[in-house]
Design a binder for this molecule. Structure first.
Ligand SMILES: [Zn+2]
Ligand SMILES: [Zn+2]
Length: 363
């Protein structure tokens, strides 16, 4: 087999059909990364960029791509000032993740900011203050389903990114989602009732927040390509797959997408391309106080949210006799007009509205 670019002997095969030599493969990935950033024209010269690293393989590759872009001495040099951030979640794999990112950052001579997810609850997220204020036991005690806790944590992390970006005066944030991750997120979002939010949640740029925009420069790169890149470069990373998310809707969709990737690799790109074509209406007037997405409040037609409300109203009335607390839940939902559909559903699972109020950061 020969490399499709330079016709020398190939060393890697992607999607079972594309052959590359190591050198051409690495520059192909670098090109995808840079093209994604270039096309968008979101980056200004010497922009402060907050780069969020989870410790997983795609974040390790993102860091490598950024580092090599910055080190270039040609007109192709990546002109950004990077600020690196890792958020720990007080989970068993935290230490290993942190160590692997620290090691990589040290090699690149980058300073890594590490902050715990519990800082979400403190009003001032000063990076110098490493004191953990509230234990995430609080999150666990909510006893919500795995699906909901996955969704809550993901949005807490994202809100924390924005908050820290503000503190570090970064108007741009990079996260390391690959095509594969975004396909998982897209299907999950539709399943949990965030279908109207996919433009921001899956697209290249998340523009929900005016203070900082989240860019996803790895979105045209698949997990197979990321793994190949890491193998060639000898990049060390940890498997940051969270065991506690097992059996959540998100993890089941992840397994489904992995199967697709293996047998029908072109499907993932199609899924993400489809998402690009879906844009939401501009008429949305309300901003969700938790996830910050916009939603319509006064729609004349009946919506999925109305259907769920009706359905839960009917069920609650029936259950009222044996379990009076359920009707309290209904009040929580109907009285809460500041949340989007999915966040309203999440509230149903939380014991009290104040739990969610704790999650809301005044912006
Ligand atoms: Zn080649
Ligand atoms: Zn929301």
């Amino acid at each position: 087999m020969i490399c499709r670019k330079c016709k020398s002997k190939s060393t890697v095969t992607i999607r079972k059909e594309y052959h590359f030599c190591d050198y051409c493969f690495l520059s192909y990935i670098d090109h995808k990364f840079r093209a994604c950033l270039g096309k968008s024209r979101k980056l200004r010269a010497n922009e402060n960029v907050l780069i969020c690293l989870s410790g997983g393989i795609s974040s390790a590759v993102l860091l490598d791509l950024v580092y090599h872009g910055i080190c270039l001495n040609s007109h192709k040099k990546l002109r950004i000032t990077p600020f690196l951030l890792h958020v720990t979640e007080q989970l068993p794999h935290d230490e290993i993740n942190k160590r692997s990112i620290l090691e990589q950052c040290n090699k690149c001579n980058f300073k890594l900011n590490v902050i715990d997810i519990s800082h979400y609850f403190s009003k001032n997220t000063l990076l110098s203050d490493s004191h953990v204020t509230v234990l995430p036991e609080e999150i666990k005690q909510w006893k919500v389903s795995k699906t909901t806790s996955c969704d809550l944590l993901a949005h807490m992390k994202q809100n924390l990114y924005i908050q820290i970006a503000k503190e570090l005066q970064c108007k741009i944030i990079f996260t390391a989602e690959t095509t594969t991750t975004l396909a998982v997120n897209l299907l999950s979002d539709i399943a949990i009732g965030r279908g109207s939010q996919i433009e921001n949640n899956i697209g290249f740029c998340d523009m929900k927040n005016k203070d900082a925009q989240i860019l996803r420069p790895m979105r045209d790169i698949t997990i197979e390509e990321v793994e190949t890149y890491a193998a060639i470069k000898g990049i060390y990373f940890t498997q940051s797959k969270c065991a506690s998310n097992k059996n959540s809707l998100q993890s089941i969709i992840q397994d489904f997408v992995s199967g697709l990737q293996e047998n029908f690799p072109a499907t993932l790109t199609t899924i993400c391309k489809t998402a690009d074509k879906i844009s939401s209406s501009d008429s949305k007037d309300k901003i969700c106080m938790f996830c910050k997405s916009t939603f319509d409040q006064d729609v004349e037609k009946l919506t999925a949210a109305d259907a769920t409300h009706f359905s839960s109203y009917v069920s609650c009335t029936k259950f009222d006799v044996c379990n009076p607390t359920l009707s309290g839940h209904l009040e929580l939902v109907t009285s809460n007009q500041d949340l989007c559909y999915c966040c309203q559903r999440n509230v149903l699972e939380l014991s009290t509205l104040s739990d969610l109020k704790n999650l809301v950061i005044e912006s």
